[in-house]
Structure formats: structure tokens, C-alpha cells
Design a protein around this ligand. Structure first.
Ligand code: NI
Length: 208
């Protein structure tokens, strides 16, 4: 290890060997403190490195969904592939119906330091079914786009403190603003992926 000035530092291992250029122990100690600090802030910023991409993805979802849905022949929209399967129209309706609840969660994060959420169970308390209420497709698409744009306004005004907020949610081991935002994006795509499967995948290959 090329320690300059002849100082034989303490036995170093692993990443510490990446710090060879120390003039003496004091330099080594100071360097270590600086590196620790940099590592910590690097880790912090790494966690947030996807913020721009998350917002960009959320902004693009309504158009991806709209173009996708408009490419599906109308007769396919209400086809039920099996018992317990949602139709394509129900998936679109669900995507529209959950956005106000997600917007409300973002609002609570903006207002509360440590929100405690209760699980969202669609259709709970109603007579009905475990399938989403079938909306007019155009209505569903415009509601999805409209609430998404309100979510984005809120997201763009959130500062770093809000982005770092943690919450409690009985369904999840870990819940934070950052996780919620990523979840909204992945939820869009989970349902779009499932819709594509339900539309195009042959019976023998369709997952339940
Ligand atoms: Ni869902």
C-alpha cells in the first residue's frame, strides 16, 4: 500500500484500501471523515436519482394508455378470458378509479410528517363484486389523464423533505413518498401489461 511519508496506518481492509495516499495518520483520519460524508450523501442522492425519470414516466402514462386502448378493437374490450379475470375495460376503469385515492395519499404526505394509511380495498362495503365498475372508456381515459396531471402538479411542488418522508401502511413493510410515487408508475404499467396479455396472449400461454 503506497502510504507516503512512511506512515504505516492501521491494518486496512476492503474499501479502506482505496485510500492509499495519506501523508500521515491525521490526513488519513480527515480523509476518512470526508469520504464517509461523501458516501453518505452519495447514497442519499442515489436513492433520489430516479425522481426525474419517475415523473417523466408518470407524465407519459396517459398517452401510452390512450394510444394502447384505442388500438384495441371495441369487441375485445368486454371479453372475459376466464372466471375471476378482469376484462380490458375493467382494467382501464380501475386505472382511472384508483388515481384520486393515490392523489389523496400524495396530499397527505405533503401535509403530514408521518402519515398512517389504511388499506384501499376497491368495492369494499358495496354489494358488489370484486370487479371494477365498468366505465365508458373515453371517460376513464380522460379521468386518468386529468387526475394524473393533478398528481404531477403536486409532485413537482414537493421538496426534498417531502420526498424523504416515511409512512406507515399495514399492507407494506416499508412505505415512503418515494416508494408511493414509484408504485403509482409501476401500477400503471402492471395493468397495461396485463391488458396486453388478456388481449393478445393465446389461451395456452395466458397466466392466471
Ligand atoms: Ni391495481
Amino acid at each position: 500500500m503506497p502510504h507516503l511519508g512512511g506512515f504505516q496506518g492501521p491494518q486496512l481492509s476492503g474499501e479502506e484500501q482505496l485510500l492509499p495516499y495519506c501523508l500521515d495518520y491525521e490526513d488519513y483520519r480527515i480523509t476518512r471523515i470526508v469520504v464517509n460524508h461523501l458516501e453518505t450523501s452519495l447514497l442519499r442522492s442515489l436513492m433520489m436519482l430516479d425522481v426525474v425519470d419517475l415523473l417523466e414516466g408518470l407524465r407519459r402514462s396517459p398517452n401510452v394508455l390512450t394510444v394502447f386502448v384505442q388500438s384495441i378493437p371495441e369487441a375485445q374490450l368486454d371479453r372475459r378470458r376466464g372466471e375471476g379475470f378482469w376484462t380490458l375495460a375493467e382494467h382501464v376503469s380501475h386505472l382511472a378509479q384508483v388515481q384520486p385515492m393515490l392523489l389523496e395519499r400524495l396530499q397527505r404526505f405533503a401535509q403530514e410528517e408521518h402519515p398512517e394509511f389504511i388499506p384501499y380495498i376497491p368495492g369494499e362495503g358495496e354489494e358488489a363484486s370484486d370487479t371494477p365498475e365498468r366505465m365508458e372508456i373515453e371517460t376513464a381515459l380522460s379521468q386518468f389523464a386529468e387526475v394524473r396531471s393533478r398528481q404531477l402538479t403536486l409532485l413537482e411542488s414537493a421538496d426534498e423533505t417531502v420526498w424523504k418522508r416515511q409512512a406507515t401502511h399495514p399492507e407494506y413493510d416499508l412505505y415512503s413518498y418515494h416508494i408511493l410515487v414509484r408504485h403509482i408508475l409501476m401500477h400503471d404499467h402492471w395493468h397495461m401489461y396485463r391488458m396486453e396479455e388478456l388481449w393478445l396472449t393465446k389461451d395456452a400461454y395466458l397466466t392466471h
